[in-house]
Design a protein around this ligand. Structure first.
Ligand SMILES: [Mn+2]
Length: 477
């Protein structure tokens, strides 16, 4: 990785004698050899010797021959701090991390994916945070390593969650912008990316480790961040600590079996931690993916209650508290919503927005995948309302402009109703005094971005096709 730290981060001086010693825990399963070697070499090169005392490589029962005894021999010669721990059966990422934490001897544990590399000075800023605060989980700023780009600077974003429990990233909300400059100040974050997590080892165990009944992988980073915040701790991103992570690139797809396991993990986390908000998650997953995945159910053997006990033991707050205090910028869909979120045009990839004249407008969605822009959420609900921020979208009968109502939206306002095709991309249909019409993005020559208007419906016209972030299927309620 090139050194992508800000000037102020580079100038920071840490008193390493006050910092805790570290056990790194890197589980691996059939990792590429070069990737794993680079991981270990990069760790050794960029971590001060007196701080990084232990590198635990926990092999989750890999089957590839090059990860066998020869590799262990190589590591033995390379550095005595490296220990290879072998699972005798496949345990999955979550239990493998717990196995690593139990084997670890130092004061701080850092869980890493084995396909990561490290920037100069990545370790000290993380440890510096853990000196004064014990109930803290910290994450470095994770940068994408891909075949195309290596360690390009990327803005520091907060991790959150999508209502379908996909990872969702948020720009720093305005209420934090004054207190936190993204350059070098640690930022509270609602969630974790999941590939690099540091905390004091005793806190890891006191705070409920990881949920050992999460199989394979998936959901554990949500579980840990919900639990930490709700049970009196705090989660932070430390921007001066930069690490690179290799994300799998398309056309990589999970097997159906893996997808079902990941879905079950997510349902489990929602069931245990999200109180009544879990219904939103279940409905969003049904709405998006029911055709693709099997909807899980839970039995006594799943030990939901056993895990839920932790909330009592640790006297944890509710998920409602978490939403209000930790991630207030995430909109909460109404349980009447059929479609919710950002509304993107199939033809132009612009998203619906609201102009300063309170009219329906557009904004360019030049955002990386998974990044959420909370200001532009819309809802179409079961009562035919098309809503933004409690205000109705309606068409002015004089000017035919699409506007937002001045008052809060009620059912049947402006004698019109809205609906949406249940397709991936579908028409947003208006029915009212002007007849039956479809919302379209009329594109003009750049740099103008055009406008939205109602047109006669035409399924072949792609500028009449839109997609909401979420589509809900509430039928289980
Ligand atoms: Mn990873």
């Amino acid at each position: 990785m090139p050194d992508v730290r800000s000037k102020r981060c580079r100038e920071m001086i840490y008193n390493t004698s006050t910092l805790s010693k570290v056990s790194v825990i890197s589980p691996f399963y059939n990792e590429d050899l070069t990737v794993l070697l680079r991981h270990v070499h990069s760790l050794i090169r960029h971590s001060p010797r007196d701080l990084l005392r232990e590198i635990l490589l926990v092999d989750d029962n890999s089957t590839l021959p090059y990860l066998g005894p020869d590799l262990e021999e190589y590591f033995k010669i390379l550095d005595p701090r490296i220990k290879v721990v072998r699972n005798t059966r496949r345990e999955g990422l979550v239990r493998t991390r717990i196995i690593g934490a139990k084997a670890a001897k130092e004061e701080v544990v850092i869980f890493l994916d084995a396909h990561m590399e490290f920037n100069v000075g990545w370790l000290e800023p993380l440890l510096d945070r853990l000196v004064s605060q014990s109930k803290l989980v910290v994450q470095p700023h994770v940068i994408t390593i891909s075949g195309m780009e290596r360690g390009m600077p990327e803005p520091v974003m907060r991790s959150g969650f999508g209502w379908d429990m996909r990872m969702s990233m948020y720009f720093l909300p305005s209420y934090l912008q004054q207190a936190y400059t993204t350059a070098d100040v640690p930022i509270p974050t609602p969630g974790l990316v999941g590939c690099a997590i540091a905390m004091r080892r005793d806190y890891f165990f006191e705070n409920g480790e990881f949920d050992p009944y999460l199989e394979l992988w998936g959901g554990e980073h949500f579980e840990l961040s919900f639990r930490t915040w709700m049970c009196g701790g705090r989660v932070e991103i430390v921007p001066c600590s930069k690490v690179g992570h290799i994300f799998r690139s398309p056309p990589y797809v999970h097997s159906n079996a893996a997808r079902d396991i990941i879905t079950k993990n997510i349902f489990r986390v929602a069931e245990i931690w999200m109180d009544d908000y879990k219904h939103i998650v279940f409905s969003a997953i049904r709405g998006c993916c029911q055709k693709m995945i099997q909807m899980p159910t839970f039995h006594n053997g799943d030990r939901i209650e056993e895990r839920r006990l932790i909330r009592k033991t640790l006297k944890c707050k509710t998920f409602d508290w978490y939403l209000k205090h930790v991630i207030p910028e995430a909109g909460i869909p109404s349980t009447n919503a059929l479609y919710y979120g950002e509304v993107m045009n199939a033809n132009t990839s612009y998203a619906l927005a609201v102009t300063d004249k309170n009219e329906l407008g557009l904004t360019k969605m030049q955002l990386p995948k998974g990044v959420s822009l909370p200001g532009i959420y819309f809802t179409i609900d079961r009562f035919g309302r098309f809503v933004h921020d409690n205000k109705c979208v309606y068409t002015d009968t004089q000017t035919q402009a699409l506007k937002l109502s001045d008052t809060n939206c009620y059912v049947g306002q402006n004698n019109s109703s809205w609906s949406m095709d249940p397709d991936n991309y579908g028409q947003i249909v208006y029915t009212g005094s002007r007849g039956r019409l479809c919302l379209a993005h009329v594109l003009t020559a750049p740099p103008a971005i055009g406008w939205v208007e109602l047109q006669l419906c035409d399924k072949k016209n792609r500028s009449q096709l839109w997609r909401f972030t979420y589509q809900f299927d509430w039928k289980h309620k």
